[in-house]
Design a protein around this ligand. Structure first.
Ligand code: IRO
Length: 311
């Protein structure tokens, strides 16, 4: 009932982890592979291993989470070795996420992936909010166009990009105009809402250490922003560019809303961090129950079909 076709793959369901959550080590990725998730994505990699920002750097709050991890990861080769080792053995497909600290680092990593035997999907993260001194690339439209021009000059494997949330219709228009120039496989909206501040009233303190407490906000707080970004890109991008919806998913109903806005796949971050990989089974069941109640037999019957209010 939840089968989803994406590029050349058929997934059992549209559910994935959001990059960064439960996907740094082989053990965590194996757990996702064995879970009910339809697919999973790695922690964004840099060329070299990074320790990331000082702790505490991730904090769960009642309505979501705040993080400033600072791109801790085990380095490109670690994830590439894992991907190559598993790609012919396992059914749960893996997406490979990369987030270079500069244009050149992104190009270098994508060249390594292009020249490797990796056959899967790659996600270029243009929206990490947490590296001090490094602005989020995808808030700079000309820079985004420059990077994608350089990338598509040589990269021929399926490629998606992870975007930050936008908050202005003019920005949706401008970004969509840029993205429609390229043969992107998908756009993933949204990364965490950058540079929020959560504070502890009792101690009168910030809750994470890096950047004096400023960090990316995820979870229930951001669902309306995520849905708006999914809808805005679904209605503006070439139909060949699919949408992955990320932000605020805690239940089957939340997944249904992302799909109704036009997402093909959806990703879960904050709530996966709270519940662990068993969440995928719970949410698949909830989505199936909701679809049955509504009389739907497949996701294609309602994907993207959000209704307007008409007189
Ligand atoms: O701090 C992180 O590692 C991080 C990244 I690369 C990202 O893309 N989004 C996020 O919330 N945290």
């Amino acid at each position: 009932m939840l089968e989803t076709t994406f590029v050349d793959y058929t997934f059992n369901n549209p559910l994935m982890n959001a990059s960064g959550v439960h996907c740094m080590t082989q053990k965590e990725m194996d757990e996702l592979s064995e879970s009910a998730a339809g697919a999973f994505v790695t922690k964004s990699a840099t060329l070299q291993h990074r320790d990331g920002n000082p702790e505490p750097r991730y904090y769960d709050v009642p309505l979501g989470s705040i993080n400033s991890m600072g791109l801790p990861n085990l380095g490109l080769q670690y994830y590439l070795d894992y991907a190559l080792d598993r790609q012919n053995k396992f059914e749960t497909p893996m997406f490979f996420s990369v987030a270079g600290m500069s244009v050149d680092e992104n190009i270098e990593m994508l060249k390594v992936i292009q020249e490797s035997d990796y056959k899967g999907i790659t996600e270029l993260n243009l929206s990490c909010p947490n590296v001090p001194g490094k602005p989020q690339v995808a808030y700079d439209f000309p820079l985004t166009e420059e990077i994608l021009t350089k990338v598509f000059a040589f990269f021929t494997k399926p490629l998606g990009i992870k975007l930050p949330p936008y908050f202005d219709l003019a920005h949706f228009d401008e970004m969509a105009d840029v993205l429609n120039k390229f043969p992107l496989t998908y756009v993933n909206s949204v990364n965490s809402v950058g540079n929020g501040l959560y504070i502890d009233t009792e101690s009168e303190e910030v809750v994470i250490k890096p950047k004096d407490g400023f960090g990316g906000i995820g979870g229930e707080y951001i669902k309306p922003t995520a849905l708006a970004n999914v809808r805005a890109f679904y209605t503006r991008l070439n139909p060949s560019i699919k949408i992955i919806g990320t932000g605020g998913i805690r239940s089957g109903k939340d997944v249904f809303e992302h799909l109704l806005c036009g997402a093909t796949m959806v990703q879960i971050g904050t709530e996966l961090h709270k519940e662990g990989p068993a969440i995928f089974e719970r949410i698949s069941k909830e989505l199936e129950e909701l679809m049955t109640e509504k009389g739907y037999h497949s996701i294609d019957e309602f994907r993207g079909k959000l209704k307007s209010i008409v007189d």
